[in-house]
Design a protein around this ligand. Structure first.
Ligand SMILES: C[S@@+](CC[C@H](N)C(=O)[O-])C[C@H]1O[C@@H](n2cnc3c(N)ncnc32)[C@H](O)[C@@H]1O
Length: 285
């Protein structure tokens, strides 16, 4: 099959023409995100929530997740430059990324490169499993090593254009543990800020199929909390590395419209099926 020229920076040669789909208020592009982003209107997005390939050798269906480090970082900066262009002045960009024991610096190298484009307004730790005293919560993925600790968290960087975006901390917040705080400190409701460590474990699954045969999904609560924290009703949400559509599913459940981009046709099919199933079965549908 003939194909377009590879997009500079992209590791996969995208299909001749991007395909577009719509499920309810969610738009999906099957194609290269850099190319699709360049066609988007400037300042048209309220919230970006995305988890790009981490360049740590995960087995995606078509994307080769191990590139020369500088190529990878250059490509990420190109994508982030477009994200900066499409983000509204009061928008939020949540970037979920992690390193590996072999590449511990990578997320930090990337974030330093993004300094010219964004202000780092918050740095959230997405905690996937944790031990508290003698107890433990979340899924423990054993690591056979004398040197490295079990990796229980990932980064969630919250970027904005100027660092001055007001958030709805209580929408994404939690009730007070000590209820006397409410009257004593004059709070109007039983809700406080969640803080910057978010414990969001994966749901228990019995096989890869239940994870949609995708090696790097995030739980829906993660994009949900990001969208709630940004706090805009009916926000326009974007995920340029949509995978199985988790961000769009969160957008749909919160009454937002979304745009997702994904290079792999199989993952796009899964995302469409998830959104359709949710639309038919949810009260919003
Ligand atoms: C970490 S995964 C995202 C998973 C997603 N958060 C979910 O919950 O399903 C990154 C995705 O980026 C996709 N991808 C890689 N290169 C791309 C490109 N140039 N344009 C769009 N998507 C791309 C991969 O196929 C992969 O599905």
């Amino acid at each position: 099959m003939s194909a377009d020229k590879p997009v500079a920076g992209s590791a996969v040669t995208p299909p001749l023409r991007a395909k577009r789909y719509k499920v309810g208020r969610q738009d999906i592009v099957l194609g290269d995100c850099l190319r699709a982003l360049r066609r988007m209107q400037a300042e048209s997005v309220d919230v970006i929530v995305t988890s790009p390939p981490y360049n740590i050798g995960l087995s995606y269906r078509s994307y080769p997740d191990r590139r020369e480090e500088n190529d990878y970082l250059d490509w990420m900066v190109q994508v982030a430059t477009e994200l900066q262009r499409v983000l509204k002045a009061d928008g939020s960009f949540f970037l979920n990324i992690s390193g590996s024991s072999a590449q511990p610096w990578l997320p930090f190298e990337l974030v330093v490169r993004l300094r010219d484009l964004f202000v780092l307004q918050n740095h959230i730790a997405w905690v996937k499993s944790i031990s508290v005293g003698e107890d433990s919560f979340g899924h423990f993925k054993p690591m056979n090593s004398q040197r490295f600790l079990h990796r229980g968290h990932e980064h969630l960087f919250h970027f904005t254009l100027k660092g001055d975006v007001a958030l709805d901390r209580l929408s994404a917040g939690v009730p007070y543990k000590d209820k006397t705080n409410i009257a004593r400190r004059g709070h109007r409701q039983d809700r406080r800020c969640r803080g910057d460590a978010w414990f969001i474990p994966y749901e228990t699954v019995r096989g890869r199929a239940e994870k949609f045969d995708h090696p790097g999904t995030f739980p829906i609560a993660l994009p949900e909390q990001c969208i709630l924290l940004h706090g805009k009703q009916k926000a326009r949400v974007l995920d340029p590395f949509m995978g199985t559509g988790t961000t769009l599913l969160a957008a749909q459940r919160l009454g937002c419209s979304g745009m997702g981009m994904e290079i792999d046709a199989e993952y796009v099919a899964i995302a469409r099926a998830r959104l359709m199933h949710d639309l038919v079965n949810s009260p919003l549908g």
